[in-house]
Design a binder for this molecule. Sequence first.
Ligand code: FMN
Ligand code: SF4
Length: 597
Amino acid sequence: MSTIDMTTIHTTVQEITHSYAYQATELVQMLWQVQEKLSYIPTAAIDSFAEILKLPRAYVAGVAGFYSFFHDSPRGQYDIYFSDNIIEHLQGKPQLMDYLLQKLKVEIGKPRADGRVTIDNTACIGMSDQGPAMLVNGYTVTQLTQAKLDKIAELIETQTPLSHWPTEFFQVQDNIQHKHILLGEPLEEGLAIRVMLARGTDATLAEIEKSGLRGCGGAGFKTATKWAFCRNTHADERYVVCNADEGEPGTFKDRVLLQSYADLVFEGMTVCARIIGAHQGFLYLRGEYRYLLQPLEAVLAKRREQGLLGEQILGNPNFSFDIKIHLGAGAYVCGAELALIESLEGKRGVPRNRPPFPVTQGYLNKPTVVNNVETFALAARIAVYGGDGFAALGTKQSKGTKLLSISGDCLRPGIYEFPFGVSVREVLEACGAQDTQAVQISGAAGTCLSAKEFDRKIAFEDVATGGSVMIFNRQRDLLEVVRNFAHFFVHESCGFCTPCRVGTSLLKNLVEKVYTGHGTADDLKDMSHISQILKTASHCGLGQTASNHIADTLKKFPEVYRKRLLVEADFEPAFDLDSALEEARQITGRRDELAYL
Ligand SMILES: Cc1cc2nc3c(=O)[nH]c(=O)nc-3n(C[C@H](O)[C@H](O)[C@H](O)COP(=O)(O)O)c2cc1C
Ligand code: SF4
């Protein structure tokens, strides 16, 4: 690949920028295209983008460098990423990865000398109900075993194109274990739009208000209030954005909705568009769900043919709305709406300041509704059936049902739809979990519950969640969990603000120190202190929640740390000066035992 000549690169960039009408907002999508054609993003391509789009070179290089799926040097012909989710980790991912590295004689992160293959780690790819899993050239392979890896190694050595690999390798199961109103009876395509048009936009918004629907992405903001704010903000254009970034480790409910309920999601977006007066919508699809891109494009095309999207929807002369899919490129922070909007505009996913909020100044500074996939799907059902039935389910402050993505130590991992108010204990019983030590709710950024708390309820007024439920039995070492999360946050911090950029690294180093048996009581105090700084001083939700797992486990599972401490020492240096100096001492013959003073 290093032999690609400058003319080929420039022509490729010219063609791609032309096909995107030279819109800088499409820069992330254009970079994907270059990488697809050339296998990486050469420096010369950055130069060409800057020249053609009339953007500063540093701007383009900054965008390309921000996303972890973009590369500035060639990758292997088969580019493999193992999902480094803690659940898959505990299911044997490290051993499987080592096995494949050895079998293919590859060093982690480096293309093999013949350019055939690269093997690397990536954060959770949303398959923890059917892991260990990996991405091969962006496509998901689940339920990895040694036997499957033997076959994959053979396919790679024989240079078999992905299209000739066994199709069952790429099958992703829905694993729906418990249905309620959302996953129950399918909705006739277009019904929500028809009912909304018959009922009127004001009355439909009133039904959503009556339902009590709150956002399902985690924060739980009232959906009707958000839509009303956006609608009432004076502007010549408004936008609808569906947040399908689903990067929180352990969650995969949006994957299932997009795979098997996409019409419902697009229907909800269309209802929203009509209510707020938007003509353009976006589905921000995480790069890890690339396998869903084509099927989702096909659903959009079908809906256009059915008159459910595009100009004059269902024959209404003043109702036009369409949806574009924007593919993310591996950045958890882009799930945060203020980073997501930056990314949608073709920029680095650094979260904007707030206020202003997206409902007044979002995409291109126009009023924008950003909602989670599940929120739109529920809104479509409420548009049809009205708000009363939904409001009758759940608790006082949390109406309706919630999808839970359950994985870890249980017999039946998968998707469970329960009314809000269900207790953690009931959830554990339903999925066949036994001897449970801890439940991590809402992903790495969420809450770690001990057995004493299993009667707590899943609800905004008690244990709020975006939907991830990870179960760990008593055989598990919770420090492994903490360590995995600490590494995750270092990788995912966007680096914009110091408390998060530095704090996540300091915490990871301290966790490593304790994990390797060098920690002291002072280190635990430092961990608490740094956790607090992260929580209070970080710029966005990522940093503010990045130490939750440490604060929670220090409080609820202190023995996990204490049993690893050096009991006799109050202080143990994190830096081993002697081993750092050893090589220099040997080379120079210097004796410097006083280097400590
Ligand atoms: C670091 C971070 C990651 C987030 N990831 C997601 C995500 O993957 N999906 C999502 O819907 N919301 C995510 N959110 C919440 C969004 O910022 C936003 O609140 C949500 O998309 C609004 O939709 P809702 O009201 O329907 O929940 C994330 C927030 C933060 C701080
Ligand atoms: S808190 Fe972390 S992710 Fe958020 S802006 Fe600061 S560095 Fe970036």
